[in-house]
Ligand binder design. Structure first.
Ligand code: BGC
Length: 763
């Protein structure tokens, strides 16, 4: 009997190893320390390390009488909490840390987590905006600033970067994501991880990062947040997972799983994702945290009958830490003592959490991140704001510039700045704004005033009012409609001015978590105002502030110059002015497709061909093709699109061979010439198409890009190397590899306008 039990145990351990439990911890010395600590821990203390709770009170003041807070307070003291979130300031986090370190039996420090998504107090552009820069440095430096500020305030763990691929602008969380493409998303996510974590987690100016949301959260049906996800394994592997794999390879300290189900299994309960793939095949060493309350939501999903079953399913599937569901607190003791869950499974989860605490240096000095002096110096420092401005101007995308209306002259003009978004010092801070101070951004009108000379007259009026009331927490934003009382002022100003800068778009709380929308056009009275202004002045530059791609065909049709400026952060107004007046030549490219109308969603450039694509304009007029009868298929502005104040010409696409073996490399080159009269930067993009596959392949996929700066008249040959890996993908059996046959190489300045040539891959 006994030997049968040990055999079962051995099998369990072996399968455990294969599924990523007990995977070798990379740093031997840390592993020894972790094991030694683990051997001293009681069951309750081990479970405590897996509980992540939110601070609902000021740690520097008395704990409110509320029983929930009192209980959490006592739990921290008894070692029943491993991590806290939303505990703020250097002093507050120090007090929280003290509770754990000075009161609990083993004095294990807390992880202090926070959503530092695009800045802590100095706000960078929203992540979608940063992705429009196509520059790793923008992501890296922004995350470094955020880490420096957050760490001074006691935060040692951020719930970022978010790397969900998103194809549907109805989903409010598009603003947090790097967009629709896995290559660009991987590139940006890696830089974000590097920025937050630096080369050394124990450096008190760096913090642990978190790759989220694992996985496919961005594929919520109909773009409705928290909705069901039904995704094929090919799309999951080829489109959704690449940034996560990149983050895992880059050593991201933690992963957060997602609210959604995949193939009928909520992500928390997905052994396939967490055990087999992440901790198994990818040999990931960090830990996995659930999303807020999501382990408990497995019951609501109908995947677990009760807390006990939810706890069992989540931990065995590889969710190491429970954020605020309190399921682990209420189930793991019973599950382990009844031997339903083997201690080795629990130990593995605890080991992962403790390892990060060691890596962060918390055992050497638990207060190293709570530095009130550094906090004073670091928050909103000049240097941080400088970096924010640089990031912001690089994130701007020029969508249209008829007759070179832009850049504007700074000298002696009359400029009417119109739109409540232009006057707002708050909207540019964006959604997910951490500790940004309300109304602390440079507004657009301030930015313009800062930039122009004394002879220039800048006037401003709201024109429309977009939202009102408590904007942050209400379910449906109160969009102001039918208040056109300021229209006459706006029209008067427009009449008297050489040029109108009209700010249109979204309130920052129209996007973000829980902010899905069925209408992605311009809300309230914005369009009415635009038409009125056009009657008196055609020289209108629209600056579009928004957190998602918007459907704006009316703007494209009527407005000569359009700048996509997202929610750009603390230095928004200055950065927009840099571009408006030509101090910075816009270089951003769209990380998402802009649809013509919401009915086209989900819309993305790397779609499949289908059996009845519209291949020539004539087809579109006939019925039996894959098309809409009331709209073209194509987006208004495609992925990768963005203009400059100069122009670029592509020519001479050539490839080093027309036949390539699997161990060969092919060089594709193209000549890019600056044909305008200004120095400018162009992001040269490489796309590949695999014409025939054992499963169907997208019509094109981004496989490389290079940003080049060219003087007027200058030309440069840009080269890309294509290897077997570039041509490989996850096939029906999920093996990664290439297949011989015909491929297209496409190079150009956006996903729609490319030069193309073909080659063959041979065995
Ligand atoms: C979000 C996460 C976030 C967490 C903690 C959840 O609702 O989905 O992205 O990190 O809250 O604030």
């Amino acid at each position: 009997m006994k030997s049968k039990r040990s055999l079962v145990l051995l099998v369990l351990i072996l399968t455990g190893y294969m599924n990523g439990i007990g995977a070798e911890i990379k740093n031997g010395r840390t592993a020894e320390k972790v094991d030694s600590l683990l051997s001293k821990m009681t069951l309750a203390e081990k479970i405590g390390q897996l509980n992540l709770y939110a601070g609902g009170w000021e740690f520097t003041g008395p704990v409110p009488a509320d029983a929930n807070n009192q209980q959490k307070y006592e739990m921290i003291k008894s070692g029943g909490v491993g991590a806290m979130l939303n505990v703020l300031t250097a002093d507050g986090t120090r007090e929280a840390q003290k509770l754990a370190v000075e009161n609990s039996r083993l004095g294990i420090p807390l992880l202090i987590g926070y959503d530092v998504i695009h800045g802590y107090q100095t706000m960078m552009p929203i992540p979608l905006g940063q992705a429009a820069s196509w520059e790793a440095e923008v992501a890296r430096q922004g995350a470094q600033v955020a880490a420096r500020e957050a760490s001074a305030s006691g935060v040692n763990w951020t719930f970022a970067p978010m790397m969900d691929i998103v194809r549907d602008a109805r989903w409010g969380r598009m603003m947090e994501s790097p967009g629709e493409d896995p290559y660009l998303a991987s590139y940006m996510s890696k830089a974000w991880v590097e920025g937050f974590q630096g080369g050394d987690l124990s450096n008190p100016e760096t913090i642990a990062a978190c790759a989220k949301h694992f996985a496919a959260y961005g594929f919520a049906e109909a773009g409705r947040d928290y909705n069901t996800v039904d995704i094929s394994m090919q799309t999951l592997y080829n489109m959704v997972l690449p940034p996560f794999k990149t983050a895992s390879d880059a050593g991201v300290a933690s992963f957060m799983n997602s609210f959604n189900e995949i193939g009928g299994v909520p992500a928390n309960g997905s052994e396939m994702l967490q055990r087999k793939l992440l901790k198994g095949e990818w040999n990931y060493q960090g830990f996995v945290v659930s999303d807020w309350g999501s382990i408990g939501e497995m019951i609501t999903h109908g995947y677990a009958a009760d807390t006990l079953e939810a706890g069992y399913k989540a931990l065995t599937a590889g969710s190491d830490m429970d954020m605020e569901a309190r399921v682990y607190e209420n189930s793991l003791e019973a599950l382990v003592t009844s031997e339903k869950i083997d201690m080795s499974v629990l130990d593995d989860a605890v080991r992962r959490v403790l390892t990060i605490k060691y890596d962060l240096g918390l055992f050497d000095d638990p207060y190293r991140y709570c530095d009130a002096d550094r906090e004073k110096k670091e928050l909103l420092s000049k240097e941080n704001l400088r970096i924010a401005r640089e990031a912001a101007r690089k994130s701007i995308v020029l969508l249209k510039n008829e007759n070179n209306l832009l850049p504007l002259s700074k000298k002696g003009q009359t400029i009417a700045v119109i739109g409540s978004l232009a006057g707002s010092k708050d909207v540019p801070l964006g959604s997910w704004r951490a500790q940004a101070i309300t109304n602390s951004a440079v507004s657009l009108v301030e930015g313009i005033q800062n930039a122009v000379d004394k002879k220039t007259q800048v006037t401003f009026t709201n024109g429309y009012n977009l939202t009102q009331g408590n904007r942050e927490f209400i379910r449906e934003l109160n969009i102001v409609e039918g208040d056109q009382s300021d229209f006459s002022n706006a029209i008067e100003l427009a009449k008297k001015s050489d040029v109108v800068v009209l700010a249109l778009g979204e309130d920052c709380w129209q996007s973000g978590e829980g902010r899905s929308q069925t209408d992605i056009g311009l809300k309230g009275d914005q369009m009415d105002l635009m038409y009125e202004l056009l009657k008196v002045n055609k020289n209108i530059v629209v600056t579009l502030m928004n957190g998602r791609s918007l459907a704006i065909p009316e703007l494209d049709e009527n407005i000569p110059a359009i700048l996509e400026v997202w929610h750009l952060g603390s230095e928004a107004g200055n950065a927009i002015a840099d571009v408006l007046f030509g101090d910075y030549n816009p270089s951003g490219k769209l990380p998402v497709s802009f649809p013509r109308n919401v009915g086209q969603c989900p819309i993305y450039y790397n779609h499949k061909n289908g059996g009845r694509p519209v291949t020539n304009p004539h087809d579109a007029g006939m019925v039996f093709w894959s098309h809409y009868t009331d709209s073209p298929n194509s987006p208004l502005y495609p992925f990768g699109y963005g203009l400059s104040y100069t122009s670029f010409e592509y020519s001479d696409l050539s490839i080093s061979t027309t036949e390539m073996g699997t161990s060969d490399r092919l060089t594709a080159s193209v000549k890019v010439k600056n044909t305008g009269d200004k120095t400018g930067q162009e992001t040269v993009q490489l796309y590949i198409r695999d014409y025939v596959g054992s499963v169907t392949r997208p019509v094109k996929e981004l496989k490389g890009f290079e940003k080049v700066q060219l003087e007027p008249g200058e030309e440069r040959v840009v080269k890309f190397t294509i290897s077997n890996e570039t041509l490989s993908y996850y096939r029906a059996d999920l093996s990664f590899g290439s297949e011989p046959g015909k491929f297209a190489v496409m190079i150009g300045g956006n996903s729609q306008k490319t030069l193309t040539t073909d080659f063959r891959l041979v065995d």
